[in-house]
Design a protein around this ligand. Sequence first.
Ligand code: ATP
Length: 353
Amino acid sequence: MSFLTLTNLQKSFGQVQVVHNFNMSIEKGEFVSFLGPSGCGKTTVLRMIAGFETPTGGSLFINGKDQRPLKPNQRNIGMVFQAYALFPNMNVHDNVAFGLKVAGMSKADIDARVKEMLGLIRLDHLADRFPYQMSGGQQQRVALARALAVKPQVLLLDEPLSALDAKIRVSLREEIRLIQQKLGITTIFVTHDQEEALSISDRIVVMNAGKADQIGTPFEVYNTPATRFVASFVGTLNMIEAKVVDPAANRIQIGDQAVTLKQSLAAYKAGETVSLALRPEAGSLSDSVRSDTALTGQVISAHFLGSVIRTRMNVGGNVISFDMFNSPGITPPQAGETVTLRFMAADLLVVRD
Ligand code: ATP
């Protein structure tokens, strides 16, 4: 059995089911992100793990132990929320010491642990400050230290960075990942920010309407999305309509142009309409080693965005966007011009709905 196992976990509020048969196994020391749009049930799953919500079905085990009969304070779980949630009337030392005092630890042991935790988040020098005297990023680091001080068996982070500005978000997410790896603590991180999830996770659970659409490494969910929803939520994407021509030969047709895919089409029938995903960064107008297939179409528009020229073209009624890297002397394509977009056949993927 894995360290944390959720089996057919369900949650309904009244008549409305918001989590449907959620299954997931997390290994000890893993960093897993729950990624999905607002309202898809990420926080509800997290709150069931923490014991703040009672599942309406399914089971929840941590380290071989059924958690359902346990109250939140019996589960030994650390949690950090989006809002800083520090005790406003306590200084940093006392905030971090709070859970240790409740656990009845001696003053000397508390002081040693608080010092260790403040060292971990590099705020040893701010032990006497009150929350209102610190930046949002500093407060979130204190919230992290407070959650970790009790040496929880699992750390749950519910959008801990979303109230911070962009630059602090990036540095703090890297800091969280480093601390998590140093301590080897099993962590679940809730976010609706795909870049955040891609950059720091061992695995990502892409959630859609209370279900896990795909569970995989960042590379897997980005490069081989299992569903149309995953493909469109993780990264920018072209969706292209095509017809299966010869399933045995993996051959499809886009408009009047035939393409042979790398992906097996054995599960499809000739004449069936399918959706294909193609990342804008996969295509280029130049013939290179990164291309073994091509589509020809007419340029609709080309916008200079600094590092790239984002170009839209029409291929058999499909609008396909791709990025040309800028360089001195480049000539952006003109609207109406006929161009040939080259890419690897493996980059064009059939995704199910
Ligand atoms: P966000 O990113 O906006 O926080 P989320 O993916 O974390 O969203 P949840 O907070 O888990 O989503 O909510 C999932 C669904 O359950 C939403 O439709 C929400 O309105 C509903 N919900 C959550 N808590 C309750 C509650 N206590 N009573 C009734 N409905 C609830």
